[in-house]
Design a protein around this ligand. Structure first.
Ligand code: HEM
Length: 412
């Protein structure tokens, strides 16, 4: 079987849907990085994939992805009891409604502050601005110190780790260096907090993310080594800053559909902003697929999957499947106005039960995205002349200009 690593790198988001079309909808069999692979599609495949008896994560992720995006020893790479204990730390910290609301409030505050500055500039690159806004907000929310001088550099490093995970070459090297810098700084902070015996070492009633990760004990009762604690802190900071990509997509949708912008600005309740945020997550490309290894000999759709096969779950394809989403290429928040999210169909951040490998940051993502979208809808600005095409061959993608806005005439 021919290896598809190069076509995947070259074709990005279009690789798997094209292969699926050529296979007449049957699971795509191929090789990636020399490993036998099969790609599954559909809501039933989501349930199958997220059954931990079927799929293991240990050894599944290519080292270049671990070295940039997730970090060595990250929750993403664990299985069984070790995963359950570590995952409970994340779900406990990231999914309480009051915590999510507080983070969204901090984002709003930072947006207001930033927009005062934008009004004094001829033009600003929205991508860079949002990355700095989210970097400030998530650091103060998580209790991780960040000076004004460090802010722009840290934002650049957090963005670089996401931007460079799916490529070889300069972007990848930049991502590795960024991870190295941030891990070292955070591991030092963890060691210093433990050394000082402050609440960071345990005992706080309502711990910050930093305190909770610093004091977290593994299934065997041991503290996380400082490097692993740094990796997991980054697994909160980095993906929150990654919402920058969705924020720029929200601006793109508001620009393309001015009537939605007016409605978003005018609606007093949160329902439309929530539906808009869900549609941004569905419509725009971010994670193309997730992968794991077949834990044993599996049967899927009449096909045998040998143990150790790399099993991919098609995320981008599922979010655009016409059987699940009528007119999938139409941006239409009204799909979500009922307040319902169809189970196992909307999977931009993976799927399955919350104690599996499902992303624990979905509530945060939707809350921040709704905040950013509504803020932008109410902010008077012009969109500069620029190429706003979004390439489906680059992973992750965004308009190359970063979305330049000008003539911001005042804070919303
Ligand atoms: C896992 C995407 C935001 C924390 C994941 C996975 C994807 C994903 C595809 C893998 C699911 C799997 O392995 O099956 C995204 C996207 C985001 C986002 C596109 C928005 C830009 C967040 C946020 C946080 C977060 C805001 C935390 C504040 C995590 C963690 C995991 C994860 C800790 C690992 C879960 C596990 O393996 O058990 N995310 N995510 N993510 N995400 Fe997110």
């Amino acid at each position: 079987m021919v290896d598809s690593t190069l076509p995947l790198l070259l074709r990005g988001y279009t690789w798997l849907p094209e292969r699926r079309r050529r296979s007449g909808g049957a699971p795509v069999r191929t090789r990636l990085l020399g490993k036998k692979a099969i790609a599954l599609h559909g809501p039933a495949a989501v349930r199958f994939f997220y059954d931990e008896k079927h799929i293991h994560r240990r050894g599944a992720l290519p080292q270049p992805v671990i070295d940039t995006l997730f970090g060595s020893g990250a929750v993403h790479t664990l299985d069984g009891e070790a995963h359950r204990t570590r995952k409970a730390l994340f779900t406990g910290l990231l999914t309480t409604p009051s915590g999510v609301q507080e983070l969204a409030r901090l984002v709003h505050e930072e947006l207001e502050r930033a927009s005062v500055r934008w009004a004094r500039c001829e033009s600003v690159v929205l991508f860079d601005e949002l990355a700095r806004v989210l970097t400030s907000a998530v650091h103060s929310w998580a209790g991780v110190p960040l000076t004004d001088d460090d802010r722009a550099r840290t934002a650049r490093d957090l963005v670089a780790m996401v931007d460079g995970f799916a490529t070889v070459g300069p972007r990848h090297l930049t991502a590795r260096r960024a991870r190295g810098r941030l891990e070292a700084r955070l591991a030092d902070l963890v060691e210093a907090a433990r050394g000082s015996g402050a609440p960071a070492a345990g005992g706080a009633d309502d711990p910050t993310v930093f305190e909770a990760i610093t004091a977290h004990r593994e299934a065997d009762g041991s503290l996380l080594p400082p490097h692993t604690a740094a990796v997991e802190l980054l697994n909160v900071l980095r993906p929150t800053v990654a919402i920058t990509w969705f924020g720029v997509f929200a601006a793109h949708a508001l620009h393309r559909r001015p009537e939605l912008r007016e409605r978003l600005a005018a609606e007093a309740g949160p329902e439309f902003a929530w539906a808009f945020a869900q549609e941004v997550r569905r419509f725009y490309p971010f994670a193309p697929f997730v992968g794991g290894l077949a834990a044993e000999r599996l049967e899927w759709a009449g096909r045998t999957i040998a143990p150790g096969t790399l099993v991919l779950l098609d995320l981008f394809g599922l979010d655009h499947d016409p059987d699940l989403w009528p007119e999938p290429r139409r941006f239409d928040p009204s799909r979500f106005l009922s307040g319902e999210v169809p189970a196992d169909a909307l999977v931009p951040q993976g799927g399955g039960p919350p104690d599996g490998h499902r992303c624990p940051g979905e509530d945060i993502t939707v809350a921040i995205l709704a905040t950013v979208a509504r803020f932008l809808a109410q902010l008077p600005y012009q969109v500069a002349e620029q190429d706003l095409r979004i390439s489906l061959r680059r992973v992750p993608t965004a308009p190359r200009s970063g979305f330049v806005i000008r003539d911001v005439t005042g804070a919303a």
